[in-house]
Design a protein around this ligand. Structure first.
Ligand SMILES: [Zn+2]
Length: 335
């Protein structure tokens, strides 16, 4: 763990050094952008190119530990990747402070939103990360299959232990087979298919860089060294499998994720707005049919069969979102 902490301490403009490590089957590049490490194989016949980001929220440490371990194994040639892969360590200052962020939530500053919040240190980092990832994908040829997995751990508990948020692509696109496969292999139980552009990191790579992209919530927050890494083994094994084979379609499918559609964005829309979801509600927990969700300016909104809420937050100013009302696609058996 000390090695990892020492490494994180170097992710800043003063200490970071770009460097090339030659390996038998490829090279490992410490890029000009602090916290960006890329592996380039000497030979590859895979069309896949992938970016994996961790620690966009600094206290979500399990994915950081996983990626760190994978990089060590690449360095010692115990993993010989067949694809070009970029690892991004998102918010080093927040990692060292053990905090989600210091000034402003970094995962709301992408797609140029950093320009609106220049006073925060996260804004500079968001811009740096956008530029670094843009360069990485711009070096790939047009026909390559671009992927970006932004790995997180959730603060709020969830009815589905692991879930993925699938960004909006500017039009209604079904979740395709490879997306289902990669999520299933990571043990993701639910995919939330969003319907509007977001200023998240995954939203940026989907909208601006034509990558297949997910924000993946893998489990719960814990300090460095205190993670139960067995909870994250499926995600780690999936990444290693993709690196070693360059293939997604061969991934094992343990569970088939449910795909959730957003039925309504819940908005605090007037002075007497009320939100009836309990503070300890777990994301995706099925609501009872007829259960009151909110009092909006049209009246009381009641839940229909199989509906649930994701990201509930009543403590927002008027005009902002209090949650997403969602429903799984297809037939769900009564239980
Ligand atoms: Zn997060």
């Amino acid at each position: 763990m000390d090695d990892l902490i020492s490494f994180i301490e170097t992710i800043n403009k003063e200490k970071w050094k770009s460097e090339e490590v030659s390996l038998e089957t490829g090279k490992l590049l410490y890029k000009n952008t602090p916290g960006f490490i890329e592996y380039i194989p000497h030979h590859s016949d895979s069309a896949l190119i992938m970016a994996i980001s961790v620690g966009i929220h600094g206290n979500e440490t399990a994915p950081i530990e996983i990626v760190w371990d994978i990089i060590q194994k690449i360095k010692s040639q115990r993993i010989l990747p067949k694809i070009r892969i970029l690892f991004i360590f998102g918010h080093p200052q927040a990692m060292l402070a053990g905090k989600r962020f210091l000034g402003f939530n970094l995962n709301r500053l992408f797609s140029g939103n950093h320009k609106n919040f220049k006073e925060y240190l996260e804004s500079e980092r968001a811009q740096e990360i956008e530029e670094g990832l843009t360069r990485f994908f711009s070096e790939a040829n047009e026909s390559s299959s671009r992927w970006h997995l932004d790995l997180h751990t959730a603060i709020r508990g969830s009815h589905h232990q692991r879930f993925a948020v699938r960004p909006y692509y500017g039009r209604d696109l079904d979740v395709d087979q490879t997306e289902l496969q990669i999520c299933a292999a990571m043990g993701v139980e639910a995919i939330l298919k969003t319907i509007s552009p977001a200023t998240t990191f995954a939203g940026f790579s989907a909208t601006h860089l034509k990558a297949k992209s997910f924000t993946v919530e893998l489990g719960s927050v814990a300090p460095f060294g205190k993670n139960d890494l067995s909870c994250f083994a499926m995600a780690k094994n999936t990444i290693i499998h993709i690196l070693k084979t360059g293939l997604i379609h061969e991934l094992p499918q343990e569970t088939k994720p449910l795909v959730y559609d957003v039925k309504k964005e819940l908005i605090n829309d007037h002075d007497d707005y009320e939100f009836y979801i309990a503070d300890d509600y777990l994301n995706f927990t099925p609501l009872t049919q007829g259960q009151a969700i909110e009092k909006n300016k049209e009246g009381i909104l009641e839940a229909k069969k199989n509906q649930s809420i994701v990201f509930p937050n009543p403590h927002v100013p008027q005009g902002q979102r209090t949650g997403l009302l969602v429903q799984p696609q297809g037939h769900i058996p009564d239980c």
